[in-house]
Every structure is written in structure tokens, then in C-alpha cells.
Design a protein around this ligand. Structure first.
Ligand code: HEC
Length: 132
């Protein structure tokens, strides 16, 4: 009984911890998942590709939602653009898993490329604004 209780306490801690992540920390998770996918393609390891894609498809949300981490002058534009980038990144991640399961690795790789363009597209608009 105590073990069961401790297990649930542990789960609660994890889910709570996820809610406490900043935008940067969420991005770091997504980033290592992206590298895992790349590694999977390079090493011809399907399992790594699928694992990375699933991590991206269900990545946690940053604490308090993403908008507060965005430069105030860019928030309205971010709200407009976010759904498109989300679709490009999440949608592709889901597609990658599906295509891998169907044995269509070349198409999965194309999707991976498209997903990366989503990452970079959003960064170009909303990250490192001073460096553009
Ligand atoms: C909807 C917009 C958006 C998308 C899509 C997006 N990012 Fe980001 N990313 C950002 C913003 C904004 C920051 C800066 C966050 C900050 O510094 O608070 C960032 C920061 C980062 C960072 C730097 C983290 C750090 O430690 O400073 C990495 C790495 C990163 N993103 C990787 C990715 C990858 C990989 C993807 C695609 C799988 C991706 N991002 C998709 C908006 C996005």
C-alpha cells in the first residue's frame, strides 16, 4: 500500500515538475528529441527515430503558457503564427511515427526536414531578435 502511494506521489512530482518548465527548458527537451531523430536516421535505428518523434508530439507546455516568454512587441504576431508552426512541428512529428511504422523511411526523413523548417521558421521570427 505504501509502495502504491509512493508511486503516485512520484508520478505527481513528475507531472508537477513538467508544469514548472520554462519555455527554454521545453525547447531543450524538444531539441534533444530532434537530435535523437537525426541520430536514428544516421544510424539506421528506427526505434530512436520513433522515440524522438513521440517526445516531440507530446512535449510539455511551458509554465504559464508560451506567450509570456515572447517579446511583448511580438506577442500578437506570435499568437497568429503559433498554430501554423505547431502544426508543422507536431503534425510532422506524428507523421514521422506513422510513416516509420509503415516502413516509409524516405518519406519520414522528408517530414523530418519539413519539421526542422518549422523550428527554424519560428526562431527566425521570435528568437534572438537582436541577431537578425
Ligand atoms: C512556436 C515557435 C517555436 C517553435 C515551433 C520552435 N521553437 Fe525553439 N524556441 C522558440 C523561442 C521563442 C525560443 C527562445 C526561448 C527563450 O529563450 O525563452 C526558442 C529556443 C530554442 C532553443 C534554445 C534553448 C536555450 O537553451 O536557450 C532551442 C535549442 C530550440 N528552441 C530548439 C527547437 C527545435 C529543435 C524546434 C523544433 C522541433 C523548435 N525549437 C521549435 C520558439 C520556437
Amino acid at each position: 500500500m505504501l509502495k502504491v502511494f509512493m508511486f503516485f506521489a512520484f508520478l505527481l512530482t513528475i507531472s508537477h515538475a513538467q508544469e514548472e518548465l520554462t519555455f527554454r527548458q521545453v525547447m531543450q527537451i524538444v531539441n534533444s528529441a530532434t537530435l535523437r531523430i537525426l541520430q536514428g536516421f544516421l544510424l539506421n535505428n528506427d526505434e530512436l527515430v520513433v522515440r524522438g518523434a513521440e517526445e516531440i508530439a507530446r512535449h510539455p507546455m511551458p509554465k504559464g503558457g508560451p506567450i509570456q516568454y515572447i517579446d511583448p512587441s511580438k506577442r500578437a504576431e506570435f499568437l497568429r503564427a503559433m498554430p501554423t508552426f505547431e502544426r508543422q512541428v507536431h503534425g510532422s512529428a506524428e507523421e514521422i511515427t506513422k510513416l516509420m511504422r509503415e516502413g516509409k523511411k524516405d518519406e519520414a526523413y522528408e517530414k523530418f526536414n519539413w519539421m526542422l523548417q518549422g523550428c527554424m521558421g519560428c526562431h527566425r521570427l521570435f528568437r534572438d531578435l537582436e541577431r537578425r
